[in-house]
Design a protein around this ligand. Structure first.
Ligand code: ADP
Length: 495
């Protein structure tokens, strides 16, 4: 199958969160399976070009359009970890992808509409006819309507389009006239069955357009596919999701088990084999990693567990509950290390204040950056990882935690509920129970779950080790998820 992913993120060269990891993992698995896979990404200035091989000019002169004006672009080709990649470089007066970041610019809508239009121009002019065009979240959602409205007539007719919803919260809302930037008559799409935003009928909703016009829609976990059909989880789009129910599929993300492998991870001081039968060695080496990390950070070792949280600090991830978990862990004589990235000044201020709280001095550490190497070391050193999200489409950190023998503590929502089964309360067989879970997103919920975590850690090490071993036994590889995506592709290709 010829599969083209159009995306705004790709790990490790352009990553903000899980979306980048998913594209890298899925595209790599599909390539290894023998599919002809191509990923198309903007040529951001932040890309680390050292991570690419075979970087060369593929198309020096690609003309695209914005507001009927011709714009000059170049397209580069490269390979990354065996996957074929194209980078679109606009020679645009607005320097769309030279902003030192991926999102968060006032003209994000214009930037990604332009990218989508130009990527389709590239496919058309290079005469590619993919079986599947796979688009991801709002930044590339417009591709589905744009293909049907414009490019089919020009001769670019893929076998079908799949939209993956990695997060429904961000929908890309804009004015109807914004669509004229890419040659669409925005007014024509302001109808309930098309791209009209359900909450503000004067606006266009790009993600909704992706849902309505794609041949299949996937979410990144089965539970999330159900949650978004409710007013609480649907962020205004639940009626759209329900109306398109027949084409919605929940496919659990995988993680790259080679990249996230404590046996080979170059960033670790002590490597260990994530196998149930190697538990003694795992415990010994995790302990060394923990001791050395605490020493490096000038933290006093205590008898309690080292808990971590590795996250973007945004509303979805519940910063207030993360704060509560930090303070409660320290009160109970554990240690806490937070690695949190944020662009929100208020949230940043809150956590800087917490950082200077005298209660944290000896047992708490907060780093407010994105730091991949530190993340690897934390997964290996920590005893537990907490993810108290309000909602979570899939979540990767709980799965990575399990792979590193770091017991996940999660709020029972979305993909967290699909992957972490409570050691005491789950109805799953005992050997499938992989962590601790709680329901209520409030301080009481945190105290309730942390009391159980501390009790198990201090008083029942055998049970603790069983949780770690159960986690090692779970198959989170992309091979499983890749098969499910293939089935979805075939569902429309066979039609
Ligand atoms: P989301 O996509 O909502 O951010 P996920 O759990 O799906 O959350 O994916 C998060 C990914 O980003 C994981 O690979 C995690 O290790 C990584 N990550 C999150 N925050 C940071 C950070 N501050 N520094 C380094 N890596 C981070």
């Amino acid at each position: 199958m010829h599969i083209v992913h159009l995306t705004s993120e790709l790990s490790p060269i352009a990553k903000v969160g899980g979306l980048g990891d998913v594209i890298h993992g899925l595209a790599r698995q599909q390539t290894e399976k023998g599919h002809h896979v191509e990923v198309i990404l903007p040529r951001y200035d932040i890309i680390d070009f050292e991570a690419l091989s075979n970087l060369k000019m593929n198309m020096r002169d690609l003309w695209s359009y914005e507001n009927s004006e011709q714009i000059h672009n170049s397209v580069w080709s490269a390979r990354i970890d065996g996957v074929s990649l194209y980078l679109i470089e606009p020679h645009h007066t607005e320097y769309y992808f030279n902003r030192g970041k991926i999102y968060g610019e006032p003209d994000d809508i214009a930037r990604f509409l332009y990218f989508c239009k130009t990527a389709l121009e590239f496919l058309l002019k290079s005469r590619k006819q993919p079986d599947v065009i796979h688009i991801h979240d709002w930044p590339t959602a417009i591709v589905a309507p744009l293909l049907k409205e414009t490019y089919h007539k020009l001769g670019l007719v893929p076998g079908g389009v799949v939209l993956t919803i990695h997060n429904l919260e961000h929908q890309g809302k804009c004015l109807a006239r914004d669509l004229s930037r890419i040659g669409l008559r925005g007014g024509d799409f302001l109808t309930a069955g098309s791209m009209q935003d359900p909450l503000d009928p004067t606006l266009i909703n790009l993600l909704k357009g992706g849902i309505e016009f794609s041949d299949a829609v996937t979410t990144v976990s089965p539970r999330y596919a159900e949650e978004i059909k409710t007013p609480l989880g649907g962020a205004g789009l639940h009626h759209t999701i329900i109306r398109n129910d027949r084409k919605i599929h929940g496919i659990l993300n995988g993680i790259e088990t080679e990249l996230w492998n404590p046996a080979k991870d170059h960033y670790l001081i002590r490597n260990y084999n994530p196998e149930p039968s190697h538990i003694r060695n795992v415990l010994k080496n995790k302990k060394t990693n923990k001791e050395l990390l605490l020493k490096k950070l000038h933290l006093e070792p205590t008898k309690g567990p080292l808990v971590t949280c590795i996250t973007r600090l945004v509303h979805q991830k519940c910063p207030d509950l993360i704060k509560e978990a930090i303070l409660y862990t320290i009160e109970k004589k554990g240690q806490f290390i937070l690695l949190g990235s944020t662009h929100d000044k208020e949230i940043e201020k809150e956590f800087l204040k917490l950082k200077n709280n005298p209660r944290l001095q000896e047992s708490g550490f907060i780093q407010l950056t994105f730091d991949d190497i530190f993340a690897h070391q934390l997964y290996a050193a920590a005893d537990a990882i907490i993810i108290p999200s309000l909602y979570e489409p899939c979540g990767l950190t709980q799965m990575i935690g399990m792979r590193y023998g770091t017991v996940p503590i999660v709020r029972r929502t979305g993909g967290l509920a699909d992957t972490v089964f409570d050691i005491d309360l789950s109805d799953k067989p005992f050997n499938m129970r992989t962590g601790f879970a709680f329901d209520f997103p409030d301080p009481t919920g945190i105290h309730w779950v942390m009391d159980r975590v501390f009790d198990c850690y201090h008083n029942d090490q055998k049970k603790w080790q069983t949780i770690m071993q159960n986690g090692f036994n779970v198959d989170f590889s992309w091979a499983r998820s890749e098969n499910d995506y293939e089935k979805v592709y075939k569902s429309f290709l066979n039609r």
